[in-house]
Design a protein around this ligand. Structure first.
Ligand code: SAH
Length: 248
């Protein structure tokens, strides 16, 4: 299951903790019955994202320890918030993707286990892997002079990743797409406030995954007739979108 995301008021956060009550409390504690130790993502009205863990659930509020935060996309507010929704590739290819896409302006990464992903992540491995992946983006952000660090989160499947999307423009890079090109979609599009791009693993996307993404508003697009490696595709799409929409 992917990490749950909740909209909060920035006033709920102070000194590395958030105290949440009201409707969001009811959703967390009563509907989802979440408990201490569960990871959560909090997004405030300024677009700031907080990554944290539930510390205490009382009868009226939930207390959350904040482990990291990320400023809203685009210092000047016009560069789109770009999420790379990447199926986990084998080996250390993910390191290259996280590093290069951070340099190229990705706002955050939603990694998931693709049907055809060779690499698998056991639940007990997840905290260590998330820590390592977020260290890679932090180092790449520092090196490239960014003032925000892309957050890396995990979803177990493409279904979870697709359902999580709340972006204005949603794309699936599909090597078998023959109808729609990226150029057609982007040239018909004003600069979006947010974009999410789904990219398959080295084994590619299962057509069922593509269909599921489509059911959540993702448009399948082709990057041309050649088959790119997954790491090439993610770097290419970011470079193209940076060229098209980067304000600075
Ligand atoms: N199954 C393929 C490799 C997939 S490449 C093979 O024949 O070996 C991994 C991912 O990169 C794909 O799932 C897709 O998301 C992206 N990709 C690669 N080439 C692409 C293309 N020409 N158009 C769109 N996406 C592409």
């Amino acid at each position: 299951m992917s990490i749950r995301r909740f909209i909060i008021n920035s006033g709920s956060v102070s000194d590395g903790h958030a105290v949440v009550d009201g409707e969001v409390y009811k959703h967390i504690a009563r509907v989802l019955r979440m408990v201490a130790g569960d990871p959560v993502l909090l997004v405030d009205e300024n677009g700031v994202t907080y990554c944290g863990t539930i510390e205490l659930v009382t009868k009226k509020s939930v207390e959350i320890a904040i482990s990291s935060m990320q400023a809203a996309a685009g210092g000047d507010g016009t560069s789109p918030r770009i999420t790379i929704c990447q199926a986990l590739p084998k080996g250390d290819r993910i390191d290259l993707i996280l590093q290069k896409c951070t340099e190229l302006g990705a706002h955050d990464f939603q990694l998931f286990g693709g049907c055809r992903s060779i690499a698998k992540v056991r639940q007990d491995q997840l905290p260590g892997k998330l820590e390592r992946w977020n260290r890679i983006t932090a180092e790449a952000a520092r090196q490239s002079g960014r003032n925000d660090v892309p957050l890396v989160t995990w979803c177990h499947t493409a279904l979870d990743a697709a359902a999580n999307a709340d972006h204005q423009l949603r794309l699936t890079l599909w090597e078998d797409e023959r109808e729609q090109s990226l150029k057609q979609v982007l040239s018909a599009q004003e600069r979006p406030a947010s974009v999410i791009v789904a990219i398959g693993p080295e084994g590619g996307f299962d057509p069922l995954e593509v269909r599921h993404f489509s059911q959540h508003g993702f448009q399948p697009v082709s990057l041309g007739s050649r088959i790119l490696r997954t790491e090439t595709a993610s770097i290419a799409i970011l470079a193209i979108m940076q060229y098209m929409w980067e304000a600075t």
